[in-house]
Design a protein around this ligand. Structure first.
Ligand code: ZN
Length: 599
């Protein structure tokens, strides 16, 4: 049986170097204390913001400095907890960071209330009078849009002080998943024993070539999830009820209206994404499922077979170093500056690639302002890993550029843009490999990787988005959100999407338990927006070359100074039109055409 390592057994060169954030836990604790000590200084601005443009600027700069410091403190706690969530010291530090965040929210809540209480016209006047306020223009403008939805100062203060409690569903979900959830070992048809884990399942067994391993792992994985189905239904329901209540309190017409406000995206685009992709992609994915069943020689395709490799013998093992080289070559169109940064990210221990007990599943990139990106990934020598690395480097490159060109307050764009630069790099990687290879098996392997990306975003995350859409509608009608209801809804929408090509079992119905996205507002659909835009953009770069690259780099540097769809517009993609969505789905169809023809 393959035994998983403890964090202490992992070679140091496979881990990230958090010294760039804080040289020691003691230094982190000092920074933590310093932030707490700075809170009374913030309070001195209270009641002063409306008195002059200079007072407003002083307060906004002070809050920005504090939040920038806090980002560093909370990232350190977050990364340590992600590298080993079973370590009680990491859990405690993470909880302390969350508590500090709530204290900051509470201590700075007056800033927003005071600005919103200013008479109409004052903010434009202040902006005209004080050039220093220009950097805060977006914050101030966004705030003005919230004006009709603000509660009284006292109510806002109470809500802010409850921040930690309001985030409890997400925290409990994560704690249960990384700390408590257990999976029984399972065996293959040949009698080999395997230990199971979320990481092991998602990065290995789920796409294993041996059907008995895949199905054995699935049984063990589903049983592990089932033990938490009422717990996770309760955390999910609490999160949903929280958002429904907050949306109502703030006078939004619907919870989706409330949650989309932060995304700065029209409801029509959100709905187009949900409807067009489900309707137009389903026939292509059903073709892909039929091909998979035929090639694998299976009587029926179970849900746990939908990621089975079609050509498992052709499985080039790719070491981390080889993966880095491939990614770097594929990023060459982005120019030398971008590539130098990517090279640094991959070689200076900014990446944590070990597999160890307690490590967070999946992959992510964190970019603390003024430091550099940190990437978490579990490397298992697969082509999938290479695509994931390219993806996370996309986030790192984006925020690396945005941090260089924008102040802290203007670094992050709205959520619907966030996944575009990352998926863009996956597209460049695919173009690079496909452009160099006429070998059928190699092309097939890369097309399947790209289809993996589309599956992940246009199917997995999109169906999560559809489930959210349905669950919020039900919760608004005061329907209780229970495990039974979630299983049924998830099963129904999977059955509708896959038709008769995939058998939807109890494990499939429980897959809503796998993702933390339900605790992040309407996050899941944003992946599809990013993928639609990056599909279009990668094609522009391939056909137009340099001018398209320049537009894209400028958009990355712009950080959060434009709204998501404005950023896409500046890159040359009109997302108000449904056309890029139709085009992206049609592109998936063409990839499946080539795959079908290759067998
Ligand atoms: Zn991403």
């Amino acid at each position: 049986m393959k035994k998983r390592q403890a964090r202490s057994e992992v070679p140091v060169e496979h881990t990230w170097n958090l010294d760039d954030l804080f040289t020691s836990v003691a230094a982190w604790a000092d920074a933590y204390v310093a932030i707490d000590a700075a809170l009374p200084g913030i309070a001195l601005h209270q009641g002063q913001l409306g008195t002059s443009a200079a007072h407003l600027l002083a307060a906004l700069d002070a809050v920005e400095a504090l939040e920038q410091q806090f980002a560093r403190v909370s990232t350190y706690a977050h990364l340590r907890n992600a590298q080993d969530g079973t370590n009680p010291a990491h859990q405690a530090a993470s909880a302390r960071a969350a508590a500090l965040g709530a204290r900051i929210d509470s201590a700075t809540a007056f800033v927003e209330s005071e600005i919103l209480a200013m008479p109409e016209g004052v903010i434009p006047q202040f902006l005209a009078a004080e050039p220093g306020l220009e950097v805060h223009r977006i914050f101030l403008t966004d705030l003005m849009e919230l004006r009709p939805h603000r509660l009284g100062a006292e109510a806002e203060r109470v809500l802010a002080s409850l921040g930690e409690v309001l985030n409890a569903p997400h925290m409990v979900y994560n704690r249960a998943k990384s700390g408590d959830m257990q999976f029984a070992p399972f065996s293959s048809a040949a009698g080999a024993q395997f230990a199971n884990s979320i990481n092991g399942f998602e990065s290995d067994y789920e796409s294993h070539s041996d059907t008995s391993v895949r199905r054995g792992a699935w049984q063990s994985f589903s049983a592990g999830l089932k033990a938490y189905n009422h717990t996770f239904a309760a955390t999910f329901a609490t999160e949903v009820n929280k958002n429904v209540t907050l949306g109502r309190l703030r006078g939004y017409t619907s919870t989706e209206d409330y949650l989309l406000q932060a995304h700065k995206i029209p409801q029509t685009v959100y709905r187009n994404i949900l409807h067009i992709i489900q309707a137009e992609l389903a026939p292509h994915m059903q073709r892909y499922a039929r091909l998979r069943r035929k090639v694998l020689g299976l009587d029926k395709l179970l849900y746990c077979d939908i990621k089975a490799p079609l050509d498992p013998e052709f499985n080039p093992r790719i070491s981390y170093e080889e993966g880095c080289e491939l990614v770097l070559k594929s990023l060459a169109p982005m120019g030398p500056e971008y590539c130098a940064f990517a090279h640094k990210t991959m070689t200076q221990r900014w990446v944590d690639r070990s597999d160890n007990i307690g490590k967070s599943s999946g992959a992510f990139c964190a970019s603390p302002y003024g430091v550099h990106p940190y990437i978490l990934i579990t490397w298992s020598d697969t082509m999938r890993n290479v695509f994931t690395l390219a993806h996370e480097l996309g986030h790192g490159g984006h925020f690396g550029l945005a941090m260089q060109h924008q102040r802290f307050v203007n670094t992050r764009p709205g959520m619907p843009f966030v996944e575009a630069p990352s998926i863009m790099n996956e597209m460049l990687l695919a173009q690079h490999i496909l452009g160099q290879n006429s070998d059928t098996r190699m092309r097939r392997s890369v097309i399947m990787q790209v289809l993996g990306t589309y599956h992940h975003n246009f199917v997995t995350h999109l169906l999560e988005a559809e489930l959210q859409h349905q669950v919020y509608a039900l919760a608004e009608q005061d329907q209780p959100i229970t495990a039974g209801l979630l299983h049924q809804r998830k099963g129904d929408l999977l059955a509708k999407f896959w038709g008769d090509t995939v058998e939807i079992d109890d494990g499939a119905r429980m897959t809503w338990m796998r993702q933390p996205h339900y605790y992040m507002g309407l996050y899941p659909y944003t992946y599809s927006v990013g993928l639609v835009a990056s599909t279009a953009m990668a094609q522009r770069i391939a056909t137009e070359g340099e001018p398209a690259v320049q537009r894209w780099l400028n958009v990355l540097k712009a950080g959060g100074t434009l709204k998501p769809l404005e950023l896409m517009q500046a890159a040359g993609i009109d997302m108000h039109s449904p056309q890029p969505i139709h085009d992206a789905v049609a592109y998936v169809g063409r990839l499946i055409d080539e795959l079908e023809a290759s067998f």
